[in-house]
Design a protein around this ligand. Structure first.
Ligand code: ADP
Length: 304
């Protein structure tokens, strides 16, 4: 399979902030690639560099085998970009917004494509509605339609579902899957680990560095740890006890704690004993496989 994106030793700073610290990545055609990481990890900076929207300090970026510094305009004709702060024209209708983006991309014969995109995103019945009167999820789908009007070969999406309700998020993902079935390569960033699970490969990014890069299931297998899940109360007290009185890596998810262990059998007993000593009420315990979230938090701590 040919590499559609090639990044080598990419470095980008904003004055003294090192936003991207020497990352190398290559993406195959047809992948649904995800960069996942917390705020400030460097996701937006990376995506904007790949789209030719931001200069960088060192390294090389090639898209379709072309150097972004030398052939930016050629590359930009064949990529789509849905930015985090994508702005639609509020006082234009759905149809008019798509028409506007067609003109920007010099797509003159856009009407058939527009109809296809409206069908695809299930916006046909709203085509005359002003963008400002659409729901959040519909706005996002319209933004997606606009970014696809020129039939890009790669679609870059920067946190496309942040702030979108769960139902619309599911809908949006169905659309992304269909796009992929049509052969479009997708490169997206997300703060959501459950979304990262759906990608063919994931780069976990933190403080400008890639701390893991692989298929989600391989990343999960990579830490060779087991996770003790404890449902208990009061949960905050239990969390503090583990954090302050033991050496274990503990994470709190709602009413449960996840503790990453090397030797489940031995360590579980010691942890339960400690919690009992501090009068924590244990409701249940389970041995669970590490989730991407467990691994990510573990790796971030390991790296720092
Ligand atoms: P993410 O998308 O993962 O939240 P960003 O790429 O937006 O991360 O930011 C990476 C780092 O670079 C952060 O520390 C952020 O504050 C900084 N940064 C981003 N854009 C600018 C800018 N225009 N000027 C100065 N610092 C910036």
């Amino acid at each position: 399979m040919s590499k559609i994106i090639n990044i080598e030793s990419l470095i980008k700073s904003y004055n003294d902030i090192e936003a991207v610290r020497n990352i190398s990545l290559s993406i195959d055609q047809g992948e649904m690639f995800g960069i996942v990481g917390p705020d400030g990890a460097g996701k937006t900076t990376t995506i904007r560099i790949l789209c030719g929207l931001l200069e960088f300090d060192a390294g090389t970026v090639k898209i379709f085998g072309k150097d972004i510094k030398l052939e930016k305009n050629q590359i930009q004709k064949e990529i789509g970009y849905l930015s985090q702060k994508f702005s639609l024209y509020r006082d234009l209708s759905v149809d008019e917004n798509i028409e506007f983006f067609a003109q920007i991309h010099n797509v003159y014969d856009y009407k058939k494509r527009r109809n296809e995109l409206l069908e695809f995103t299930r916006l046909t019945e709203f085509r005359n509605r002003l963008a400002e009167n659409l729901s959040g999820g519909m706005k996002q789908k319209l933004a997606l339609a606009c970014s696809l009007i020129h039939k890009p070969k790669i679609l870059f999406l920067d946190e496309p579902t942040t702030g979108v309700d769960p139902v619309s998020r599911r809908d949006f993902w169905k659309i992304l899957s269909s796009l992929r079935n049509e052969g479009i390569t997708i490169f997206m960033s997300t703060p959501y680990l459950d979304e990262a699970e759906r990608c063919t490969r994931v780069a976990m990014m933190d403080k400008g560095k890639i701390i893991a890069l692989d298929e989600p299931k391989k990343i999960k297998a990579s830490i060779k740890k087991e996770v003790l899940e404890i449902v208990c109360s009061p949960i905050k007290k239990a969390y503090d006890v583990i954090k302050e009185k033991t050496e274990y890596d503990v994470q709190m998810f709602g009413d449960r704690l996840n503790i990453v262990l090397d030797d489940y059998g031995i360590e579980k007993e010691a942890i339960l004993k400690t919690l009992n000593k501090y009068s924590v009420n244990i409701v249940s315990t389970r041995n669970i496989a590490p989730s991407l979230e467990n691994v990510f938090i573990y790796k971030i701590r390991e790296a720092s």
